[in-house]
Design a protein around this ligand. Structure first.
Ligand code: GMT
Length: 375
């Protein structure tokens, strides 16, 4: 099929999922067209059946806010016509579903029907979307989508609680391409990051408030009192400077490395012993899944969709949001015994393998077929 994908091109989970999905669809022979304001970070190779169309928003001094939705919907209309796109898949409702719907209506005027699938990812519902300033438009564009999908059961339920949804929401979990993880683990250069007796704990996020960064540090503070350890913090975002200061104030600065954004998450995760994800809200927790496929057990909060990914007592442990005591004690219980650690590492990989893209891709293909036939 000829599929247009709209997403955020950044390091955020929704953009990563959209990009990996597009790459996998292209590998299966579909023609995929990404439409966004920058080439997605994980989209390295463009080719015969994988294209990128940049949305330009020319600056004009009259505009206090540049009209991105307008530019996006115009670009969609042009791309859909020019390439004969059959299905439009938008990731993250704001403003993509809204712009997609406008494109759809414009095309309808010309006798072209393009079905739109909207995938809800999390903060487009739980944080930003529910804000009264956006809610009516988000509610409207979800209901106007031909098919709505959500990355977890928890997010589906939250969407139904917060909005007035008239559509079915189909749960299609996020995925991972396990074929990329047949790694030779001896390759991991852990000696660059820690001494032999130190365990390596990792956190990867966009350092927003919702990620509960102080709890990563307070958990680590307790763990390193019992088990020699290093903390690797990967990512950029508004809470990063505060986190750096907190490590200094707590006297653990030397044990914490802030790496910034990285395209080599897997290389970091492959030498990690434990992953921390104490988020206040999380619709799925793609970062946890990426850790698990790299054989890294996860200590996380039990919010939102995380329990659908991190299995308590198997791939790691879950605790109530803010329960640093519990997270630290569970982390210590895994890290202080190498046999236990090895078991959790194995289990983390096994649980993550269930989210293999080979199981998920056909579900999206079915959704596209269904949407296309509904024209
Ligand atoms: O985690 C973020 O803040 C980024 C955000 C995004 O939209 O890019 O992630 C959301 O979508 C991911 C992919 O579906 C999910 O794995 C994350 O759990 C979700 N984030 C939140 O719900 C906070």
């Amino acid at each position: 099929m000829k599929i247009a994908i709209v997403c955020y091109p950044t390091f955020g989970g929704s953009g990563v999922v959209a990009t990996e999905l597009g790459i996998a669809l292209a590998e299966r022979g579909h023609e995929v067209h990404f439409v966004t304001y920058k080439q997605p970070v994980r989209l390295e190779l463009l080719g015969n059946n994988i294209h990128f169309h940049e949305v330009h928003v020319p600056e004009y001094p009259l505009f206090h806010y540049q009209p991105y939705e307008l530019a996006l919907s115009s670009k969609l209309v042009d791309t859909i016509k020019l390439y004969g796109i059959e299905v439009l898949h938008v990731h993250y409702a704001i403003p993509h579903a809204y712009a997609g719907y406008m494109a759809k209506k414009m095309l309808q005027e010309e006798g072209i029907f393009i079905p739109m699938i909207t995938t809800l990812h999390g903060t487009d519902i739980t944080l930003v979307g529910k804000h009264p300033f956006y809610k009516p438009a988000v509610n409207f564009s979800i209901n106007k989508s031909d098919i709505v999908t959500s990355v977890s059961e928890a997010l589906k339920q939250r969407t139904l609680e917060l909005f007035n949804i008239e559509k079915d929401i189909e749960v299609i979990p996020n995925f991972i391409d396990t074929s990329k993880y047949k790694l030779d683990y001896t390759d991991c250069q852990r000696s660059l990051m820690a001494n032999e007796e130190e365990k390596i704990i990792t956190h990867v996020s966009n350092f927003r408030k919702v990620k509960n960064i102080p709890d990563v540090i307070y958990t680590f503070l307790k763990v390193q009192q019992e088990v020699p350890a290093k903390l690797i913090m990967v990512g950029e975002g508004p809470e990063k400077e505060y986190a750096e200061q907190l490590c200094d104030d707590l006297g653990i600065k030397e044990k914490v490395v802030f790496l910034g954004n990285s395209n080599e998450i897997d290389r970091i995760l492959c030498f990690s012993d434990l992953f921390l994800l104490p988020s206040k809200s999380e619709s799925f927790g793609l970062a946890a899944l990426e850790a698990m496929i790299n054989r890294t057990p996860v200590i996380s909060s039990n919010t939102g969709g995380i329990p659908e990914v991190n299995k308590n007592g198997i791939s790691g442990f879950l605790a109530d949001v803010g329960d640093v005591e519990e997270m630290a004690s569970k982390a210590i219980s895994i890290l202080k015994n190498d046999v236990v650690l090895e078991k959790f590492k194995e289990n983390a990989f096994k649980v993550a393998s269930k989210f293999d893209i080979v199981n998920i891709l056909p579900i999206y293909e079915e959704v596209y077929e269904k949407a296309y036939k509904s024209r």
